[in-house]
Design a protein around this ligand. Structure first.
Ligand SMILES: Cc1cc2nc3c(=O)[nH]c(=O)nc-3n(C[C@H](O)[C@H](O)[C@H](O)COP(=O)(O)OP(=O)(O)OC[C@H]3O[C@@H](n4cnc5c(N)ncnc54)[C@H](O)[C@@H]3O)c2cc1C
Length: 372
């Protein structure tokens, strides 16, 4: 049947595109559908860690990927409000992307391999009982496996009643380097509860944003404006953009039919400490595509993402502990002047997941040993 696919992927962001690229390489009959038309914008600070960089190069099959990055940085600075706590060098340069360019490059790579992307398709209805989806033009497509890659507010969450309070919300803006400049990755605490504010270099611009656990009525623009005032930037004519992101809650996929899989933000896959989502988006995209060649795709997928599920769940516990007011105050106090500790944490944990979050004490011991 022409309208029958082994796999249908809804969403062509990093998770859906990585899934599509991997499916295409495996020669599986599938299609990817997105409501947007590419290139499209996506609210994101664009930080790419070493582990993400590795996956990008894997997906681009050794092609030169330098064109995807807008800049690199080789220091991380931590602040309490505007007071500098630590200015730490990084062992390796960290990369940053503009999502409009990055996501489009992934989609282009998918197309280059012969992948079929249906764009501008905003009216999808899913009929789980009959393994089919209906498009806005009346077309009906059948699937063996359905993969949701449609972001933090995935349409799959409706039947699962996912509460927004389990998510984080972020607001950001872009400023020219004449207005505000940095060459390092700058993190500011205490502008928001349960989260942080950032200023990241993006070539000719900087990305300034704030994100934290979503609370109805919380004014994230005001938090960002308060920071901008503190650093002497006028908040007139500033355009803010906002978006939800997962924050320590793994979506219970077992409550969906056995042939339905959630990847990337749709599955709740971001790191609850750093907010990094690109790594898990690409990784779950690749793992889901690899799983569909096995006898029980969902079971295989679930086994293979176990490690990521632990990162989310354990990270969530550490995050709650870290942001509890007394602990947060104490930890920030201890971080003051601890450049080596910040570098160690960034290099081993943020860049590579060398430790599991439950082994945070072991990491601290190893750091102490490394100081001798
Ligand atoms: C403020 C903020 C800052 C962030 N900063 C970073 C960072 O610095 N580094 C990092 O690694 N991560 C960061 N993240 C997280 C990162 O952006 C996400 O984890 C990542 O985009 C997830 O990719 P995805 O493909 O799962 O979803 P998305 O990138 O959201 O892509 C989903 C796709 O699905 C499509 N779609 C949605 N609904 C439908 C529908 N009904 N039908 C069809 N298509 C649909 C959308 O058009 C989109 O193309 C940040 C997030 C936020 C909000």
């Amino acid at each position: 049947m022409e309208n029958h696919y082994q796999v249908i992927v809804i969403g062509a962001g990093p998770s859906g595109a990585a899934c599509g690229i991997t499916l295409q390489k495996q020669g599986i009959k599938h299609c990817v559908i997105d409501k947007a038309t590419f290139p499209r914008n996506k609210t994101c600070a664009g930080l790419v860690t070493k582990k993400t960089y590795g996956l990008i190069n894997e997906l681009f099959e050794g092609q030169n990927t330098e064109r995807l990055f807008c800049t690199t940085a080789n220091r991380i600075r931590l602040y309490r409000k505007t007071q500098l706590l630590a200015d730490a060098p990084l062992v390796r340069d960290i990369h940053l992307v503009e999502r409009k360019i990055f996501d489009n490059a992934l989609v282009e790579k998918y197309r280059e391999l012969g992948g079929v992307l249906m764009e501008g398709e905003s009216g999808i209805t899913v009929d789980y009982d009959n393994n089919r989806i209906l498009l806005s033009n009346g077309q009906i497509l059948y699937y063996d496996t359905l993969i949701f890659a449609d972001g933090a507010l995935s349409m799959s969450h409706k039947s699962l009643h996912v509460d927004k309070s389990k998510l984080a919300f972020g607001v950001e803006t872009y400023l020219t380097t004449e207005v505000l400049d940095t060459k390092s990755v700058d993190i500011y605490f205490e502008y928001v509860d349960n989260g942080y504010l950032w200023v990241f270099p993006h070539g000719e611009r900087v990305c300034v944003g704030v994100a934290g656990q979503y609370k109805k009525g919380e004014d994230y623009k005001k938090m960002l404006a308060s920071f901008l005032k503190d650093v002497g930037v006028s908040t007139e004519h500033i355009r803010y953009i906002g978006a939800f992101l997962p924050y320590g809650y793994v979506i219970p996929q077992e409550k969906l039919p056995d042939n339905v899989i959630l990847i990337g933000d749709a599955g709740g896959f971001t790191d609850p400490i750093s907010g990094e989502g690109l790594y898990m988006a690409l990784k779950t995209g690749i793992l889901s595509a690899q799983a569909v060649t096995t006898q029980n795709p969902k079971k295989t997928y679930w086994q293979n993402v176990k490690g990521l599920v632990s990162v989310v769940k354990e990270g969530n516990r550490v995050q709650k502990f870290f942001y509890s007011p007394a602990i947060h105050k104490m930890v920030l106090g201890k971080l003051s002047g601890k450049e080596q500790l910040v570098s160690f944490f960034f290099e081993h944990q943020v860049e590579e997941y060398h430790y599991e979050y439950r082994n945070v004490i072991q990491m601290y011991r190893d750091y102490k040993k490394s100081c001798h």
